[in-house]
Design a protein around this ligand. Structure first.
Ligand SMILES: [Fe+2]
Length: 257
């Protein structure tokens, strides 16, 4: 596990070293805090993440909320247990430094007990989709979303509307095929987005990572966020089990320090 984590962190470092950061920074801001990097990870690195997906997929939670979303999700808790490459990507300090520079904010990981800190989404049955929404932060600061394409054998697309809140500008519509190894980065309050429905026999898998400027959350926001995670994403049982595990882990770390 430790070796897999180190190897994957090295893949991220190498991918970052290949980027033209000043050019990407200009593009991100010109698109009102949205960026698409088509081939961020090489196939070998995607392969390592797909090994994690294979291990985690049998435990996914499927949900259906009429007119809003349908699909499968795997939570941060399960990824922390059985997805070493995925977790190493989320926790990579160099990746977080790159993001912080890009978005001009000091980004932090979400707390360990947030099931949404990083997650896998599966659009693998006919009609799987996600209604349009903003990734509004329940934390006190801003929230940034990173999507990593893993499987795109599908006509389903990430649909984004940029410049929705830029005075005097018409919105720009994009339909993005999140091919394996591609990266999407955006400010959750600025990009109105959804996922178009998949058809019979199609398969689309994306990895999502959430970064925030504050790890603090108000009590009402916490309540609403928990409810949403249980109903719309990961299922109540998985969340309770995960929270107990996160608490145990925290207690163990405190006892050992
Ligand atoms: Fe979203």
């Amino acid at each position: 596990m430790i070796r897999a984590t180190r190897t994957f962190a090295a893949e991220i470092d190498a991918a970052l070293a290949r980027l033209d950061l000043p050019a990407l920074e200009r593009e991100y801001w010109a698109q009102d805090e949205f960026l698409f990097i088509p081939r961020f990870l090489p196939p070998v690195a995607v392969g390592a993440l797909l090994d994690d997906v294979k291990r985690l997929e049998p435990g996914l939670n499927r949900n259906y909320i009429p007119r809003h979303k349908k699909g499968g999700s795997v939570s941060h808790y399960a990824i922390a247990d059985e997805g070493p490459g995925l977790l190493a990507f989320y926790r990579s300090e160099r990746f977080r430094r790159f993001l912080s520079r890009l978005v001009r904010a000091d980004l932090k990981l979400c707390p360990d007990d947030d099931p949404h800190a990083c997650a896998l989404y599966f659009y693998t049955e006919p009609g799987d989709h996600m209604g349009h929404h903003y990734d509004t932060s329940y934390y006190r600061g801003a929230r940034y979303t990173v999507l990593v394409g893993l499987v795109q054998d599908s006509s389903s697309r990430l649909q984004c509307r940029l410049h929705t809140r830029t005075p005097g500008r018409d919105p720009v519509e994009l339909a993005v095929a999140t091919e394996p190894g591609s990266l999407v980065i955006f400010n959750g309050d600025k990009v109105y987005h959804g996922v178009s429905p998949s058809q019979e026999g199609e398969r689309r898998v994306v990895y999502t990572m959430e970064y925030v400027t504050s790890q603090e959350m108000g009590r009402m926001q916490r309540l609403y966020s928990n409810l949403k995670d249980a109903v719309a994403y990961f299922g109540i049982r998985a969340l309770l089990r995960g929270r107990v595990r996160a608490r145990d882990l925290q207690a163990r770390v405190q006892a050992e320090s």
